[in-house]
Design a protein around this ligand. Sequence first.
Ligand code: ZN
Length: 188
Amino acid sequence: MVPIRPITITGEPVLHQRAQEVESITDDIRTLIADMYETMEAAPGVGLAATQVGVGLRIFVFDWHDGETLHRGEAINPTLELGPVSEDWPDEDTELEGCLSIPGERYPLKRAETAVLRAMNLEGEAYEISATGWLARIFQHEFDHLNGTLYADRLLKPYAREIKRVIKGEGWGEPGHTWMPGKDFLEP
Ligand code: ZN
């Protein structure tokens, strides 16, 4: 049984800073990634960045089934090449995004329809995934985390105002808040 780690909530400094490159894949990194998978599953979530378990390293994990294929893996020191982002207003039903570090909330956000992820896996092998649609969105959301950007930072004005109010109302937006998957029931 791998331990589940507490998930950091917006306001925790590690979530708002650029994460550092992984220099070598040590036992600590292997343990971290195993815990990240476990934590993502327990949350549950389709992606989780190391900064969300309080570690400022450039790693994220993802686990999403599109109905045909399971997309699951770890991205170490990733880069992301984006297609264009539409300037249309985001759809309130099909383009809702959420984040485990702002638990319980969802707001519409436009993302690039396509993204090419280049990263390293736990074996130290480089790989590339050309993603579209929701998988591309997951990659953009998680990659943003490694640069200290939350989806709340990208929302259009009315949604940005709303989420700010929610964060303030919950007493978040300052250091020291976490929640524990499997113990705290923040999701509706
Ligand atoms: Zn997130």
